[in-house]
Design a protein around this ligand. Structure first.
Ligand code: SF4
Length: 464
């Protein structure tokens, strides 16, 4: 029997890299002209591509210190009212081009979308329905904060056709909650789950985070057990991304306790996988767990799971169009992001301009690598021969350097030359971002530049 400690091995292999919610990653986005996006929207419409709409609501009543999202702390409900008015203007700008495109999905995220009062939420849903051609069976999902959601909001959402929701828990231990400035009881969480079930929600996700100060195996196991007891369809188990150089408020987490090291993170990750799979959840992709009968598990079994800016999802549309401050859009040909500053976003919307800040157009190499990385992230394997045929390249010649590198990752992935397929090992699946990095030409260039110029502040989160 092997006496190798898997947590130690994981910690040794872990490095830092993109989460591959897009390829090229958002770090490659550069200044972009709104006219460029106008042309791209016209292409989406001409090709009658299906659309998933994402609406970003940036407000939260207080800032959790570990947070990595684009958030505006506020207690002023009127900020939500004017924001929805501005969103409605942005919808009209966007729908000028894509009003005929079939919308197959709507997601509202944040921030905390339940910052919006029930009446304001209703206005937002009405505006979406008026401005876009939303399919009768479009999936509607929202992120909610169990600490501040009301029954009136759940009623509005259920009446508006929402059946999916995602909520954060992170950790139920009081010491951890003190360290991250987020206090949320099991009772509050249970209350929201029960309320949503009664209202007809059939797809609930709960987020849990490992790597936070004061987490131990004992306390984390208790959190996992409490989350399993809630019986959500999906559980996302994220590693804490501590990037204080980019997110200065995270220094407050450091002051409240020691952020866990690689070995401790790996120990909690392995504990989470064991606990959740023993409870009957399937481990999907990198960090998602789903009940076998859930929509996501079915999508994964049918190779219809995709990596999106929100994590893993079932494939429902050709393009994602983002609305709101900092929202990211993605089509088969490009990615772009709205202004991340509220004033800059409002400035453009008020002047009837698409509030685009930056983005990237994908060339053939980007599209090819996006497909390879997407399949690795979702399926843990990729048929390079098939993808080579689709893109008109000889995969073995094109990826000569990458295949040599994969050969050196023996413990993480193997290449079957006959089937022309790369498969991650069970161990390598936990480090699939490391495998993807071998196919990321931007990461390779950046790594070479960093090696020449010495240590830089961390831009990416740890890969476990
Ligand atoms: S509620 Fe969520 S989005 Fe808002 S600050 Fe906390 S972690 Fe960030």
């Amino acid at each position: 029997m092997s006496d190798v400690d898997p947590a130690e091995q994981l910690a040794e292999w872990a490095s830092r890299g993109p989460r591959y919610t897009s390829y090229p990653p958002a770090t490659q986005f550069a200044a972009l002209d709104a006219a460029h996006v106008e042309r791209e929207l016209a292409t989406v419409a001409e090709r009658n591509e299906s659309v998933s709409l994402y609406v970003h609501v940036p407000f939260c009543r207080s800032l959790c210190w570990y947070c990595g999202c684009n958030v505006i702390p506020s207690r002023d409900a009127s900020a939500g009212v004017s924001y929805v008015d501005e969103l409605t203007t942005e919808m009209a700008l966007l729908s000028r081009s894509v009003h005929t495109a079939p919308v197959t999905e709507i997601s509202i995220g944040g921030g905390s979308p339940n910052f919006l009062a029930p009446q304001t939420m209703r206005s937002l849903i009405t505006a979406l329905d008026r401005n876009f051609r939303i399919a009768a069976d479009a999936r509607r999902s929202i992120e909610l904060d169990p600490r501040t959601t009301t029954s009136a909001q759940i009623e509005v959402l259920a009446a508006g056709g929402f059946r999916s929701l995602s909520m954060g828990v992170q950790d139920f231990s009081e010491a951890v909650q003190d360290a991250i400035h987020r206090h949320q009881t099991k009772l509050q969480t249970r209350w929201l789950v029960d309320l949503a079930r009664i209202a007809g929600f059939d797809d609930i996700n709960v987020d849990v985070v490992y790597g936070l100060p004061h987490q131990t195996e004992t306390t984390f196991a208790k959190t996992l057990d409490a989350v399993i007891e809630l019986a959500p369809e999906r559980i996302a188990l994220f590693g804490y991304a501590h990037l204080p150089d980019r997110l200065p408020h995270q220094r407050l987490v450091e002051r409240a306790g020691r952020v866990l090291d690689g070995y401790e993170r790996a120990t909690l990750l392995l504990l989470g996988i064991k606990r959740l799979t023993e409870a009957g959840y399937l481990h999907l992709g990198l960090d998602h767990f789903a009940k076998p009968a859930s929509r996501l598990a079915r999508a994964a079994a049918e190779h219809r799971m995709v990596r999106t800016f929100q994590g893993y999802a079932e494939h429902r549309a050709d393009a994602v169009l983002g609305l709101g401050v900092s929202a990211i859009s993605s089509t088969p040909r490009m990615h772009w992001q709205n202004h991340t500053e509220l004033r800059a976003w409002q400035h453009d919307v008020e002047r009837a301009m698409l509030p685009v800040a930056r983005g990237v157009s994908l060339d053939n190499d980007d599209r090819l690598r996006r497909t390879v990385i997407g399949r690795l992230m979702c399926d843990g394997e990729v048929d390079l021969g098939q993808i080579g045929l689709e893109y008109g390249v000889d995969d073995q010649t094109y990826f000569d350097r990458e295949l040599t590198a994969i050969g050196q990752l023996g413990q993480l992935a193997t290449y079957d030359a006959t089937a022309r397929t790369i498969r991650t090992t069970p161990f390598g699946r936990l480090l699939v971002r490391n495998v993807c990095m071998e196919f990321d030409r931007y990461h390779r260039t950046a790594a070479e530049a960093a090696a020449a110029s010495g240590p830089q502040p961390a831009r990416f989160s740890p890969t476990i």
